[in-house]
Design a binder for this molecule. Structure first.
Ligand SMILES: *Cc1c(COP(=O)(O)O)cnc(C)c1O
Length: 361
């Protein structure tokens, strides 16, 4: 060996591809990363500005004040919460803590890309299981479990499918897994579902269940990188050994606390999203583009085939509308479209209509 060689598995990782953006200041509408179309809470922006004056100081070592705020808001215990640089970092800590060479990490056919990346990063073997018509299939997951299985990841609701399974099915999955297998319930979009706790109660009562959540979607703080995990104390103790001290900056902590408290901004974001995701999906259905009922802040638009989806993507791009191709998620005939504000939704529906009319002519 005449040069450094990375650990096995590392070179099998395909770099994560984020949603594309337009040039800053351009009249481009970005509907590719499931961001909040109304931006961050003004209170969060203000809190970040105030905190900026303290940037010569180290932040809280473990983000205690934000963990307390989360515990108050969601009815949880602050000591059972861990903060991450985005929930992505929590997913990574989980893989590094619980899986290694020879171990298997299960995720679903259209599951979030970070599950495979984190599994390979830990030297473990990724195992992809089928979904049933773009919905998580609990029986398929259970059928894939072997003695080597260490972790099962599901996003509920899932990205990029926008579908979810009910709490009864999630509970059946939790109860049917061998006790040594960690079940990760990725709740990045849980806030968009009424009457759903993201799996918090399961994580509170089961020693092998971890819930992950994020400030990047509903709360509009993707640029600050704040996510969190919730599990029983033993699991949090394990993950904390891998967590970099001071991982969340003071600016991020203060902005996140303010965002949590800004119920007016949250309520408006939720109400507009709920209204416009139905509007967008119906507008597209009327022009022959189907999508599953969305439980999230995006819809997955299905085209006839890959060729049509790619052509539509190019057409939208030329109109300054950026959506997300999802061929890397085994959905080459689909485009994922974030539910924007009303003008953006109207623009994208109109443009897809024009594309379809032109394609038929
Ligand atoms: C966006 C997203 C995340 C992670 O977001 P962070 O910005 O790292 O908190 C995790 N899981 C799913 C399914 C997502 O869509």
């Amino acid at each position: 060996m005449n040069k450094p060689v990375p650990q096995p598995g590392i070179m099998e990782i395909d770099l994560y591809v984020g949603g594309a953006s337009g040039a800053p200041g351009s009249n481009v509408v970005k509907l590719s990363s499931n961001e909040n179309p109304f931006g961050p809470s003004e209170a969060a922006v203000k809190a970040a500005g105030v905190a900026a004056h303290q940037m010569h100081r180290y932040p809280e070592i473990d983000g205690y004040s934000l963990r307390v705020a989360l515990a108050d808001k969601y009815g949880l215990e602050a000591d059972n919460i861990i903060l991450g640089v985005g929930s992505d970092e929590i997913l990574q800590m989980i893989c590094n803590a619980y899986a290694g060479p020879g171990d298997e990490v299960i995720y679903t056919q259209h599951g979030f890309a970070m599950y495979r990346i984190c599994a390979l990063g830990a030297g473990a073997t990724p195992v992809e299981v089928p979904e049933c018509e773009r919905v998580t299939d609990v029986d398929a997951i259970l059928a894939a479990v072997t003695d080597a299985t260490r972790i099962v990841f599901i996003a509920n609701p899932n990205n990029p499918t926008s579908t979810m399974i009910g709490l009864a099915e999630v509970t059946r999955l939790a109860d049917s897994l061998p006790p040594h297998v960690v079940l990760v319930l990725d709740g990045a979009y849980a806030e968009f579902v009424e009457e759903y706790d993201g799996g918090a109660e399961l994580a509170r009562t089961r020693p092998n269940v971890i819930m992950t959540r994020t400030f990047s979607k509903l709360y509009g703080l993707g640029g600050l990188r704040v996510g969190w995990g919730y599990a029983q104390r033993d699991v949090i103790d394990v993950l904390n050994r891998l967590r970099a001290p001071f991982n969340i900056s003071t600016i991020a902590l203060e902005a996140a606390k303010a965002a949590l408290a800004d119920t007016a901004h949250i309520d408006k974001s939720l109400a507009e999203n709920a209204r416009l995701r139905v509007w967008l999906s119906e507008a597209l259905a009327a022009i022959g583009v189907q999508s599953d009922a969305s439980m999230t802040n995006f819809i997955l638009a299905r085209f006839h085939d890959q060729e049509e989806a790619e052509a539509c993507n190019e057409y939208l791009k030329a109109q300054g509308l950026i959506v997300r191709p999802v061929s890397s998620y085994n959905l080459p005939h689909c485009l994922r479209i974030t539910v924007g504000d009303e003008p953006s939704c109207r623009r994208v529906a109109h443009a897809i209509g024009a594309f379809k009319a032109g394609a038929r002519a």
